[in-house]
Design a protein around this ligand. Structure first.
Ligand code: ADP
Length: 433
């Protein structure tokens, strides 16, 4: 600042010494004073021109180029220029930091909505847009409770106790279960954090259903075994030989049923553990399918006409044990769900590069609404028929898993009363010449 004063004083001194004093000496004091006034007016005009330039610049944005000045104005403009540069670079750093935070919030697997004390939305990340069917561009500035009106949420928000999260169902997005939590921060600022727990909830329901199903499946055979063994243990002598034999055969039947269930459960659990199919090797289908055919004929005990046809190439890359169990399951089901006198065809064919194992029967068939659910664990169309024929309700779930592990698919075509086609389709790269 002192430099400006000194420059101004030097200027005045220069005007007086170089203009006014010589004029006053040559043309008299009055003319000298007039020259001083004119000089001062010129200096004032020069300052006004620079001030006007400064005002013009101030009206524009910070990044407008500064006017060029001379003398004291050069110093002023240079100082301003320096400050503007510092401010612009601070702004740049700030906006980069902000940008980084925004990107981090956008990348969060959780939804985040920032809102103020009037519950007006400041900011929404993409995940929250999906969770609540909102649009950041349209809904920013709107009252949160105008957009999320569910009474559970409004009560939670009004309650002010955010220590526990809110499990939120029935929002605008169907089938979505969210865990919501409000986190106050700063001065009267809040974050609404939402986490999609639909999958966790579905898994939990499946787990509960599974335990209920297994318990239910075990309950009947256990009751039979417990009942008869208790009867015999309590009063063995009260029964004749034929009765005892009958009770023991019932016990054996129910024990076998429990064994089958446990075996299927263990198979399923091994398959669901998600590891790669063990011992992948070249599997010759000809030998395997002949043994599946033989097994099906034993199960049928001559009640059905069962045939097998095999097309080349008939070797697969995979796990022989798993494939055998899947194919035997399909063939076994055909026998169990086809009334005596029916026909069952086991076919290996190659179609449009895909290898297909088809089990076609003329059995009871399946109504369309059941088809999508058949491979669910314990799903049965007719529970009592399945039990009567020794079913565990896990066969097709096992088949589906085995096929998925071999990158194959299961297709089911069926018509009630006419019969079914179960088609296991293997991709071309699994076929071996
Ligand atoms: P289950 O042990 O009950 O046979 P699965 O998982 O093998 O269990 O099959 C599920 C259900 O699909 C069966 O209960 C039955 O209702 C139906 N199903 C399977 N295969 C056939 C078939 N070939 N014909 C008619 N229904 C079938």
């Amino acid at each position: 600042m002192s430099a400006i004063w000194i420059r101004t004083l030097w200027l005045l001194l220069a005007v007086v010494c170089l203009v006014c004093a010589p004029v006053a000496i040559v043309l008299g004091v009055t003319t000298g004073l007039a020259a001083l006034v004119v000089s001062l007016l010129l200096v004032l005009g020069w300052h006004l021109v620079h001030l006007q330039q400064l005002l013009g610049w101030l009206e524009g944005g910070l990044d407008n180029p500064l006017p060029r000045g001379r003398g004291v104005w050069e110093v002023i403009f240079a100082g301003l220029h320096r400050r503007v540069r510092i401010r612009l670079s601070q702004q740049q750093v700030l906006s980069e930091t902000l940008e980084r935070f925004v990107r981090a919030f956008q990348a969060l697997p959780d939804g985040v909505i920032a809102f103020d004390r009037h519950r007006h939305i400041d900011w929404i990340n993409e995940r929250a847009e999906m969770h609540f069917a909102l649009s950041a561009a349209i809904d920013r500035g709107q009252a949160l409770t105008n957009l999320i009106r569910h009474p559970d949420f409004v009560t939670y928000l009004d309650g002010g106790n955010y220590a526990e999260p809110l499990i939120y169902r029935g929002g605008r997005v169907k089938g979505l279960t969210l865990m919501l939590q409000i986190i106050p921060y700063g001065i009267d600022q809040n974050l609404l954090v939402s986490r999609d727990i639909s999958q966790i909830e579905r898994t939990e329901i499946m787990r509960r259903d599974f335990i209920a199903n297994v318990s239910h499946e075990l309950k009947t055979p256990l009751t039979v075994v417990a009942g008869f063994s208790e009867m015999l243990a309590d009063d063995y002598g009260a029964y004749v030989d034929t009765e005892i034999k009958h009770y023991l055969s019932l016990i054996r039947e129910q024990t076998a049923r429990m064994q089958r269930l446990i075996e299927d459960l263990l198979t399923l659990s091994a398959l669901e553990s998600g590891g790669p199919a063990p011992n992948e090797e070249r599997v010759e289908l000809e030998a395997m399918l002949h043994s599946v055919l033989a097994e099906a004929r034993v199960l049928s005990a001559g009640r059905h006409e069962i045939t097998l046809s095999i097309e080349k190439p008939s070797a697969l890359f995979g796990c022989a044990n798993e494939l055998r169990s899947a194919f035997a399951n399909l063939a076994g089901n055909a026998v169990r769900y086809t009334p005596p006198g029916g026909r069952i065809e086991l076919i290996w064919r190659v179609q449009q590069g895909f290898g297909e194992f088809v089990v076609a029967d003329t059995g009871i068939g399946i109504a369309e609404q059941h088809l999508p659910r058949l491979t669910e664990r314990f799903y049965r169309v007719d529970r009592s028929r399945s039990r009567e024929t020794g079913g565990t309700g896990l066969g097709l779930a096992i088949v589906k898993h085995v096929l998925t592990r071999h990158l194959a698919t299961l297709e089911i075509e069926s018509e009630p009363g006419k019969g079914s086609h179960f088609i296991a389709r293997f991709p071309a790269h699994c076929l071996l010449a």
